[in-house]
Design a binder for this molecule. Structure first.
Ligand SMILES: Nc1ncnc2c1ncn2[C@@H]1O[C@H](COP(=O)(O)OP(=O)(O)O)[C@@H](O)[C@H]1O
Ligand SMILES: Cc1cn([C@H]2C[C@H](O)[C@@H](COP(=O)(O)OP(=O)(O)O)O2)c(=O)[nH]c1=O
Length: 205
């Protein structure tokens, strides 16, 4: 039996991690014993490399390959084995983050950068069964990030506007897989909506 892969996507500060944490405590979700994970991975060789790249002025193409190497490692060591043993996997960020972020960072370097980045994944990635897009205006999410205290080089309003548009484009192209969430609402109402949709999906499949 193959398990289901559910991903949470959205720009920095859209509230993915907050909801992921709440889902982990939700008794009805817990009953399915999902594996919670994230990209970039934490504490791995590839995850550490990505962390250093994000904190420095790394070449954008090199950065794409580091994020993609981390995805390969994540798939091989965690996602694939879990799905093969029938488990549900819930990942805070996944391949769509590469399509949206690196699609933008590389847009002046590669012709049709979005397609190029998608093609790089073709043939070996595992496409999620369900993806929640936490949609929010970057003006709001960047302010939230400021309050959180972290600073990523990607947390710039103009840049995140492009990333948001790309995420929305990906969602429009694949409406069967994506559910777009209004991430400007309260954490409680977002968690309720996401949990309900996950339970509906898992009970149906
Ligand atoms: N729905 C929400 N409304 C207001 N603030 C929120 C909401 N969700 C998260 N936050 C706050 O915004 C910041 C970013 O949230 P976080 O979950 O870390 O976002 P992400 O994982 O998408 O980057 C945190 O300080 C968090 O407490
Ligand atoms: C997974 C991934 C993340 N990123 C970016 C998004 C974030 O700005 C940064 C770190 O991801 P993350 O730690 O998830 O940041 P946040 O909690 O703010 O959402 O890396 C990419 O550019 N490409 C990718 O493939």
């Amino acid at each position: 039996m193959k398990g289901k892969l559910i991903t949470l996507e959205g720009i920095d500060g859209s509230g993915k991690s907050t909801v992921a944490k709440k889902l982990q405590e939700n008794p009805e979700i817990k009953a399915f014993e999902p594996v919670f994970t994230r990209e970039p991975t934490r504490g791995t060789l590839t995850g550490n490399a990505v962390e250093k790249a994000i904190q420095s002025d790394t070449d954008q193409l090199a950065e794409l390959f580091l994020f993609t190497a981390d995805h390969a490692e994540h798939l091989a060591k965690l996602v694939k084995p879990a799905l093969e043993s029938g488990k549900t996997v819930i990942s805070d960020r996944y391949s769509d983050s590469r399509y949206a972020y690196q699609g933008i960072t590389l847009k002046t370097r590669l012709e049709n950068s979005l397609e190029w980045v998608k093609n790089l994944h073709r043939g070996w990635t595992i496409v999620p069964d369900l993806t929640f897009l936490f949609d929010i205006r970057p003006e709001i999410s960047v302010e939230r990030c400021g309050r959180r205290g972290e600073q990523s080089k990607f947390e710039k309003i103009e840049f995140l506007r492009g990333v948001r548009e790309t995420f929305l484009r990906l969602a429009a192209e694949d409406p069967e897989r994506f559910i777009v969430i209004d991430a400007s609402l309260s954490p409680e109402s977002i968690e309720k909506e996401v949990a309900e949709k996950i339970l509906e999906f898992l009970n149906r499949n």
